[in-house]
Design a protein around this ligand. Structure first.
Ligand SMILES: Cc1ncc(COP(=O)(O)O)c(C=O)c1O
Length: 427
């Protein structure tokens, strides 16, 4: 059976970005036949015992309540399960001094679907045939944005400015000299904290982007999959920002519920209505079981507390180990720069003027039994060539401390050999 595919069918049936590389990684691990790989590629969060216990307790509470049948045996509203919407409204109003109502909140089956709805509602061709861009103010950014638009030419990512910090650290910043947000823009999207870099765009930078978009009624989607109040995977001070044209987007995936698929959009009533319509047409609603246990964990304050006390320190400590290992192991003559660890569950390493591609480096490192993710798929929407794109690696902080230390020592060895061989050839 080989049915003819439409243009969209062709496009959507292919894996994009890092998912294509994940296929190679899975095959490598399966073909390993007992060969022990240090896997520093995982995007799946660690199962932390306290977090698992929280969801177990919330489930037990739901099972024991009369609400159970209502939750599991019924369809519900597309906007979301009302007790979860109420818990979000109350929590955010109290925590951030807002005046949200139910109409400002939408629950989606994971946040990836939320970006898919938004990208196709606000990006792409208008009735008048005008192309509205989905602007990523700086790349690298979440690889999943590469597959969200049915109109790939709508996705436009901008190159960042790079601040070097000390000898071996750096930070990306939006380059406001080149960032274009105007009548052609349909929406703006970025992750904060950022997957893959761990960058946290500053409050001032976010406010400036929102102000550029505001006169044109352009919604700015701030992907807070790693942000406060949960999972609170920010290691630097940051304020979640709200505003007329800001849509604050959360995910419960990094707070221990990736399988239950819960994304949350908080924003202007009109934007929420559009997204809700899209959701009704495509999948009706998110799992009500997941929403019911999330409502309990948020209303009791337990989720925000566990995020601060357990989830954040776990990954922050891993970053500290990785940073110290690189400082110790990397050879002096290699021009390496680690992105400032401001949040999320990854470290991002830039090997300036790398003599081979990121993909080749990944293959070399595999030979030493370590798997990282080559950086090039994390530039969705970047239309111009940029050598930097092939000089970076994403390293997951989900591994054990011992694996991080060994992994960085082997990575340093590959880096040393690679730059040395290139200088011998050049010499
Ligand atoms: C930055 C970012 N946004 C969105 C997602 C999608 O998460 P989910 O659909 O599970 O909410 C991820 C997942 O890794 C992510 O890293």
């Amino acid at each position: 059976m080989d049915p003819a595919l439409t243009h969209f069918g062709e496009q959507m049936s292919h894996l994009t970005g890092v998912r294509a590389i994940m296929k190679d990684i899975i095959e490598t691990l399966q073909a390993g036949h007992g060969h022990e790989f240090i896997n520093l590629s995982a995007g799946n969060p660690v199962i932390l015992p306290e977090v698992e216990q929280l969801w177990r307790d919330c489930t037990a509470d739901l099972l024991a309540s009369s609400e159970y049948g209502e939750v599991v045996c019924r369809y519900g509203s597309s906007q979301g399960y009302q007790p979860l919407i109420d818990a979000i409204v109350e929590d955010f109003n109290q925590r951030y001094g807002l005046s949200l109502t139910s109409r400002n909140v939408l629950i989606t089956p994971g946040s990836q679907s939320l970006y898919f709805f938004a990208a196709n509602a606000f990006g792409g061709y208008t009735e008048a045939g005008e192309l509205k861009h989905i602007v990523l103010p700086h790349c690298p950014d979440y690889t999943g944005y590469g597959g969200v638009s049915l109109i790939p030419e709508a996705l436009i990512a901008h190159r960042p400015a790079i601040d070097l910090i000390g000898e071996h650290r750096f930070k990306y910043r939006p380059d406001f000299n080149h960032l274009e947000i105007g009548p052609q823009t349909g929406m703006v999207l970025f992750s904060r904290p950022c997957n893959p870099t761990g960058n946290v765009m500053t409050d001032a930078e976010v406010q400036r982007i929102a102000a550029l978009a505001d006169p044109y009624d352009i919604p700015v989607f701030i992907d807070s999959a790693y942000g406060p109040p949960f999972p609170a995977l920010n290691f630097t001070e940051m304020t979640p920002l709200f505003g007329r044209n800001i849509v604050h987007c959360l995910s419960l995936s990094k707070a221990g519920l990736p399988g239950e698929r819960i994304g949350i959009a908080i924003g202007h009533e009109r934007v929420i209505q559009v997204l809700e319509g899209f959701q009704t047409n495509s999948c009706i609603h998110s799992s009500r079981y997941g929403q019911a246990i999330a409502a309990r964990a948020i209303a009791s304050g337990a989720l925000a507390e566990i995020a601060l006390k357990v989830i954040r320190p776990h990954y922050q400590q891993k970053f500290a180990v990785l940073e110290a290992s690189l400082d110790e192991a990397m050879p002096r003559h290699v021009p390496w720069f680690l992105h400032k660890g401001e949040g999320a569950i990854f470290a991002w390493l830039w090997l300036e003027d790398l003599p081979i591609t990121d993909w080749q480096f990944y293959q070399e490192l595999k030979q030493l039994g370590v798997i990282v993710v080559p950086g090039s798929p994390f530039f969705p929407g970047l239309q111009e060539p940029w050598s930097h794109r092939h000089q970076c690696l994403r390293i997951s902080l989900t591994a054990s401390e011992a694996d991080l230390v060994t992994g960085m020592r082997r990575l340093a060895k590959v880096a040393e050999q690679t730059y040395q061989q290139a200088s011998l050839i050049a010499g």
